[in-house]
Design a protein around this ligand. Structure first.
Ligand code: ADP
Length: 513
């Protein structure tokens, strides 16, 4: 025991015999060591010091306090002890003390002179601060992690109205463009701007009210006003008394994901629409083929039958019957011709290949010709024509398109009214428009069918098993629109129908055609 002075030792032992002093010395939670001022040899150590350092008391008594210091700090501790011995003032230092097993235990070491009788002594008290340091280290690590995480992290004070932000990390600043100084103190809702009608806000509001965690996706706005999609994870924080104190928010900028999802949805919608369109086109094609073949078959069968009869019986038929059969053939051919015209018009319209060729058309002459051509197909039917225009007035119109409009409207009027009832047709002018009407007193159109009447292939409930393509009105409308006009109708079931066609007297600008 090279450093120990016998007198000092005896002095301390004498004092430690005092039961109160002994109890205090042995039971205090702090580690205590006593050393001489002149010689730094350790004279006494309490059980807590022995526990921290791992030495027995006898082993410690062979060491000086500086022997417990790691090499790098030994000189410093030495100066520290000397200074306290010199001026007698108390000092505290955070250092490491080496245990018997070589472990450097972080300690907060307090050093002060100890006046015990005549002897000059130093009192070393220390605490193992490993756990405290570890806790500090952990907090620091967490702070660094939160500060450096790329997502935005915010903390809002739940005890204040409007939940002001008290912390935002760098990630928040990167995402939003607001600096911590600009954001802290503002309500945690400030990124919503005026965009307050977002359904997820209801969920967020009730989660905040009920202090429960939630995840919502919001439209938020950066400092420069640009929109970003914010996936917000909110968690409430409670204190030990269970009171709500804060809300922690984690913000993920999911703008790219939202854009990718939206563009995927758009392209899915486009391909769904393309598929639906393809399906619709296929259906149109199928209906078109079956309709055309069906509509052609009737006049063809008529032609076949009449031709066969004329060929088979020749003169035996008598002149009247022969003429009737030949007329039948002519009417059937006319029907087929019209049908073919409609079919060609429709397919060219579907392919967007229709054009307008205007020539000066005298409407008096045009309608006389039209009536004449329809008369043989509808024998015995009356078609009245009323025209308020001058007899020789002509207008720049496309005769072919006019045929498509009026042959269809007049044929329908005849087709959908009983044999004896008249059909009337009129032309007048009103406000720069030529106004045509085709009126019948037939079966009329049920209200339920009126909306879709001009759709291709649509046939109303009123017609039963009557023949028809379901194309006539669609063709009439397309032809009218090509001429820059419009078509409407007025009809009541069982009370007849009137179709109105408005065409501008002068052709519209070329770009409208
Ligand atoms: P189609 O006459 O060949 O069936 P349209 O396109 O010309 O085809 O007419 C569509 C449907 O509109 C007809 O099937 C019929 O139900 C109804 N319709 C058209 N014109 C009249 C009319 N003047 N009176 C009653 N119904 C009509």
């Amino acid at each position: 025991m090279p450093y120990m002075l016998i007198t000092e030792r005896m002095d301390i032992e004498h004092h430690l015999r005092d039961p109160v002093f002994r109890a205090l010395f042995e039971q205090t939670h702090e580690a205590v060591m006593i050393a001489g001022t002149d010689s730094p040899g350790i004279l006494e150590a309490n059980p807590r010091a022995l526990q921290i350092l791992g030495y027995s008391l006898d082993e410690l008594r062979t060491l000086a306090v500086t022997d417990l210091s790691p090499d790098s700090q030994r000189a410093f501790l030495h100066d520290f002890i000397r200074a306290t011995s010199g001026d007698g003032s108390e000092r505290t230092l955070t250092t490491r003390l080496r245990s018997k097993y070589g472990e450097a235990v972080p300690c907060e070491l307090n050093l002060r002179p100890l006046a015990l009788g005549e002897t000059g002594l130093l009192l070393f008290t220390f605490q193992d601060i490993s756990e405290r340091l570890q806790a500090l280290h952990d907090i620091e690590l967490r702070n660094v992690a939160i500060a450096n995480v790329t997502s935005g992290v915010t903390i809002a004070d739940a005890r204040q109205p409007d939940l002001p932000l008290i912390y935002v990390n760098q990630g928040f600043q990167n995402v939003t463009g607001y600096s911590a100084r600009e954001a802290v103190g503002r309500s945690c809702r400030f990124l919503q701007g005026n965009d307050r009608d977002q359904p997820p806000l209801d969920e967020l509001r009730s989660a905040l009210k009920e202090a429960r965690p939630c995840v919502v996706q919001l439209r938020n706005y950066r400092k420069d006003g640009t929109l970003f999609h914010n996936e917000l994870h909110i968690s409430p924080v409670h204190n030990e008394e269970g009171e709500l104190t804060h809300f922690v928010g984690i913000q993920l900028d999911v703008t790219e994901q939202v854009k990718a999802r939206e563009s995927l949805q758009r392209s899915e919608k486009r391909s769904r629409e393309a598929l639906a369109r393809e399906k619709e086109l296929n259906e149109i094609k199928t209906r078109f083929i079956s309709m055309v073949s069906h509509e052609f078959r009737t006049p063809m069968t008529g032609i076949q039958a009449s031709a066969a009869l004329v060929r088979r019986f020749g003169d035996k038929l008598g002149p009247e019957k022969r003429v009737r059969h030949l007329e039948n053939i002519e009417i059937s051919l006319q029907r087929m011709n019209r049908l073919l015209d409609d079919v060609l018009f429709f397919s060219r319209a579907e392919a967007d290949k229709l054009t307008v060729e205007r020539t000066d058309l005298c409407l008096h002459d045009y309608f006389s010709r039209l009536m004449e051509s329809l008369a043989p197909i509808h024998p015995g039917r009356d078609i009245h024509f009323h025209c308020t225009l001058g007899k020789s007035e002509s207008f720049p119109l496309d005769e072919h398109l006019m045929d498509h409009i009026f042959q269809n409207l007049i044929s329908n009027a005849l087709k959908y009214s009983p044999p004896g009832s008249p059909v009337s047709c009129s032309v007048s002018r009103k406000n720069g428009d030529l106004v045509f009407s085709v009126r019948d007193q037939g079966i009329g159109i049920p209200a339920t069918d009126q909306k879709r009447l001009f759709d291709a292939f649509h046939r109303a409930d009123n017609v039963g098993a009557r023949q028809g393509t379901g194309l006539g009105l669609n063709i009439a409308r397309r032809a009218t629109e090509l001429l820059g006009g419009s078509i409407t109708f007025d009809s009541q079931q069982d009370k007849g129908s009137t179709f109105f066609v408005h065409l501008p007297e002068s052709p519209p600008e070329p770009s409208d055609q």
